[in-house]
Each structure stands twice: as C-alpha cells, then as structure tokens.
Design a protein around this ligand. Structure first.
Ligand SMILES: [Zn+2]
Length: 104
C-alpha cells in the first residue's frame, strides 16, 4: 500500500487524493466513512425514537398520571419515583448511545 487513495466523488465526479470529503462539492467520497456515519445516524435516530415524548412508555404515562393524584401523599411518592425514572431513562439512553458508538 502506498498510502495514497484516489477517490472519485459520486456527486460531481471530481477525483481527490487522500480525502474523505470532496474538495469541490463537499460530498463524502470515503465509502467506509460514509457507511460508518450512516450507521451512527441510524443509531441516533433509533435512540431519538425511543426518547420520543409522543411514544412514552407505560411506566412514564402511569407516573405522569399519578403525579397529579388527588391524594398528596401518593402524589409526592409518584413524583419521587418519576424523578428516579427520568434519571433511569437518561442513563439508559446514554448507555444506548455509548454502545452504538462502541459497536460501530
Ligand atoms: Zn464532489
């Protein structure tokens, strides 16, 4: 291997040497990098869908309902667990992000 990689831009057809991005139009010409970026983007999308507020899990919905319960005692217990649950979700999505980067 000479270490010199010529790549042809799929967008404008310009040749480039040892470039990941086309110097003429900025398209990704490194296919390996492109696939890697696409994979990471897909992982990000998946995590975003999991955290979508419109697609709340049953636990989140339950806690949000009980959070405004008439009984003050139950209300505060629910708020306490809701706080923990949010932290769990945050850690979970962080770990999912972390694993997606390790796996990629
Ligand atoms: Zn180009």
């Amino acid at each position: 291997m000479s270490g010199e990689t010529y790549r042809r831009c799929p967008n404008c057809g310009k040749m480039s040497l040892n470039q990941d991005y086309c110097p003429a139009c900025g398209s990704i010409v490194n296919i390996t990098l492109k696939r890697e970026l696409e994979r990471k983007e897909k992982a990000r999308q998946r995590i975003k869908e999991l955290n979508d507020p419109k697609k709340k899990s049953a636990v989140t919905l339950f806690l949000e309902n009980v959070k405004d319960h008439d009984n003050v005692f139950i209300k505060y217990i629910a708020r306490f667990f809701y706080g923990i649950w949010i932290v769990v979700l945050a850690i979970g999505s962080f770990l999912a992000l972390l694993f997606s980067y390790i796996a990629a």
